[in-house]
Design a protein around this ligand. Structure first.
Ligand code: C2O
Ligand code: CU
Length: 481
């Protein structure tokens, strides 16, 4: 690590802030009542989850509050917790000036609860409500966010964590959820109203100038040396890819995108860097190795400077020696891949964007030239189509193993997310990698994924750089009932 580089606290440089103090917002933990799964019992009224306007202290105290949109008036929204196999019930109440929905990102739930306006439900109008009710099949780190005008609603603060607990959780002293977000704020800490800027849509997306962890510009935690922590890292930014590293902490990656790693040996946090694309998660189990009185850091490596995402102030000793290596998390009931050689394979060609050279694409049933597409707010295309296709990319029979080769024929990286399933990326040698729900595909790179299409319904496949998704990078797959 280059220690001579300048360092900034999570918030960063653009607001030109001095003396940032702890502005970490409280994320109340909501315990889900144990709703009996019996039909002849009148279930209690499910708790509400309200999307509303509110104010939040994102920036340091000498700045005004930021007018945000938040679940239950907070950013992030409440951490929802449920045990594996249990039912989660929330009445979504829309107190926003726009229609909205909730999508439960990554968790393999039933299709009607997926919260996708184009495929699974009508958007809930202002003043309306919708009952979300599903069983959480997999333990892990999931999250929730709107799926209508996501590029605006998430950027205003609508997101929260959904934690599904393992029946026997791993032994740690602390379990922390860190929702890392990137905001575009004005000089007086307002939300920059530059929504719909084609410059963002055709380039890297809405990249911000202020980073928060759990809604605050600085995340601090008092710890003891050799304390063991589980860190659940979630990238809730619209478009920013974080490259993270640890200092004064050592440990293992135990899950990616919520799903436990199933490698034969624990995977040490690579010396240096963990790339976290928008929507991706990484669960780490780490030991604080920094000395008493020192700091342990979670750092984001950026072009201009390194950014401190989290500071752990070490005081005292938790135990005389390091604990033995972390054990693997118990696997979730995700079906194993079938015969890959025999599996059906479809191609998804991604094109468009700045410097992409796309001349035309189909929209509304005809070929449009780039200029016309831009006027219609479209700058990207999947297989030559710049809108949500009427027909699915693929119709799978239930339980079928399928392969999708995603060819990134653009000058930009993309974070492709499949709903309702986890997939494995096939390596250059054809070997399947870890289970994921979002894959980062570099410019001019091809990522081939394989998954068992076992969850019936219509499932979106889109870029999670939200400005890309709205401007053409969206398709879907159908799994027969
Ligand atoms: Cu995190 Cu389609 O969503
Ligand atoms: Cu993209």
């Amino acid at each position: 690590m280059n220690v001579s580089r300048r360092r900034f606290l999570a918030g960063g440089a653009t607001l030109a802030l001095a003396g940032v103090t702890n502005a970490r917002a409280a994320a109340p933990n909501v315990n889900v009542p144990n709703v009996p799964n019996v039909t002849n019992v009148t279930a209690p009224e499910p708790p509400a989850l309200r999307a509303m306007r509110a104010g939040a202290r994102l920036a340091p105290p000498d700045y005004p509050e930021t007018p945000i949109w938040g679940y239950e008036g907070h950013v992030p929204g409440p951490v929802l917790r449920v045990a594996q196999g249990e039912r989660l019930t929330r009445r979504f109440v829309n107190a926003l000036p726009q229609p909205s929905t909730i999508h439960w990102h990554g968790i393999r739930i039933v299709n009607p609860m997926d919260g996708v306006p184009e495929l699974t439900q009508a958007p809930v109008p202002p003043g309306g409500d919708f009952l979300y009710d599903f069983i959480a099949p997999d333990a892990g780190t999931w999250w929730y966010h709107p799926h209508h005008r996501t590029w605006e609603q998430m950027a205003r603060g609508l997101y929260g964590a959904l934690i599904v607990g393992e029946p026997t959780p791993p032994r740690v002293d602390r379990d922390e959820v860190l929702l890392i977000d990137d905001w575009r704020l004005t000089g007086d800490a307002g939300i920059h109203e530059s929504f719909g800027a084609m410059m963002d849509w055709s380039h890297a997306g809405r990249i911000g100038n202020w980073v928060t962890v759990n809604g605050g510009g600085e995340f601090r935690l008092p710890v003891r040396r050799l304390e063991r922590l589980r860190l659940r890292l979630v990238n809730t930014a619209n478009a920013r890819i974080f490259t993270l590293g640890l200092e004064g902490m050592e440990g293992w990656i135990v899950a990616l995108d919520g799903q436990p790693l199933d490698t034969p040996a624990p995977v040490p946090v690579p010396d240096g860097r963990i790339a976290l694309a928008p929507a991706q998660r990484a669960d780490l189990i780490v030991d604080v190795t920094a000395g008493d009185g020192a700091r342990a850091l979670l750092v984001s490596f950026e072009r201009e400077h390194d950014r401190i995402i989290a500071t752990l102030d070490v005081g005292g000793l938790a135990r005389p020696e390091r604990l033995p290596a972390a054990e693997a998390l118990p696997p979730n009931p995700v079906p194993p891949l079938g015969d890959l050689a025999a599996a059906r394979r479809v191609t998804l060609r991604m094109e468009g964007g700045a410097m992409g050279g796309m001349r035309e694409a189909m929209m509304e049933g005809r070929v449009m030239e780039t200029r016309e597409l831009v006027k219609a707010g479209r700058v990207w295309a999947f297989n030559g189509l710049a809108e949500m296709p009427r027909e699915p990319l693929l119709t799978a029979s239930r339980g079928e193993t399928v392969r999708i080769a995603m060819v990134n024929d653009t000058a930009w990286p993309h974070a492709m997310h499949l709903h309702g399933h986890h997939f494995r990326r096939l390596g250059a040698d054809g070997r399947p990698g870890p289970l994921r729900d979002t894959v980062l595909i570099d410019r001019h790179e091809t990522a081939e994924i394989a998954f068992v299409a076992d969850n019936p319904g219509d499932w979106l496949l889109h870029c999670h750089m939200l400005e890309h998704s709205v401007s053409g990078m969206k398709t879907w797959v159908k799994v027969a009932a």
